[in-house]
Design a protein around this ligand. Structure first.
Ligand SMILES: [Fe+2]
Length: 158
């Protein structure tokens, strides 16, 4: 996965719809050997994150979520996007609207296996968790590029 292949897939997109964005993502031929050299190690976050490509319209990010790790709940501002699981099994947890400003509770979870895509809607609050024993590697694409992402706290169980 080099800059040229990302340019071919995403470079001509202008305000893409969800369907157009997913088609562009799935036009890439991805395999672990093509991305192995790019996999980011976690630093300040529970997961590694590397921006692979950006235009004024899209942002492509490679994510490495190690076994038994989980992100904090967050949204992606007004952006929507797709997360394409290349390796491992992701649990995508959806949260309700925040109360007390920044506290949220999980309302549903879905399992996304390698080869599948998960849609993230504008403003949707989610967290990514790896319940498995092998790393989750995903290639995510968002439009417009991420800005105004917000983090939330998980409310204590009542
Ligand atoms: Fe996210």
């Amino acid at each position: 996965m080099n800059h040229e292949s990302l340019e071919i897939a995403f470079g001509s997109l202008r305000c893409p719809t969800p369907v157009e964005l997913r088609k562009a993502l799935e036009s890439l031929t991805l395999s672990m050997d093509k991305i192995a050299a790019h996999i980011p190690e976690p630093e300040s976050l529970p997961y590694g994150r590397k921006v692979m490509y950006t235009t004024p319209h899209v942002e492509v990010v490679l994510i490495h979520l190690p076994a038994q790790q989980e992100s904090v709940p967050h949204n992606h501002g007004e952006s929507f996007g797709w997360e394409w699981i290349i390796s491992g099994t992701l649990t995508n947890i959806i949260f309700n609207s925040p109360f007390d400003d920044d506290r949220v509770q999980p309302t549903q979870a879905s399992i996304v296996t390698a080869g599948e895509c998960c849609y993230i809607a504008p403003g949707e609050i989610h967290a990514i968790r790896n319940n498995g024993e092998i790393p989750v590697i995903s290639l995510n694409v968002y439009t417009p590029p991420l800005r105004n992402s917000k983090q939330y706290q998980t409310a204590a169980h009542m």
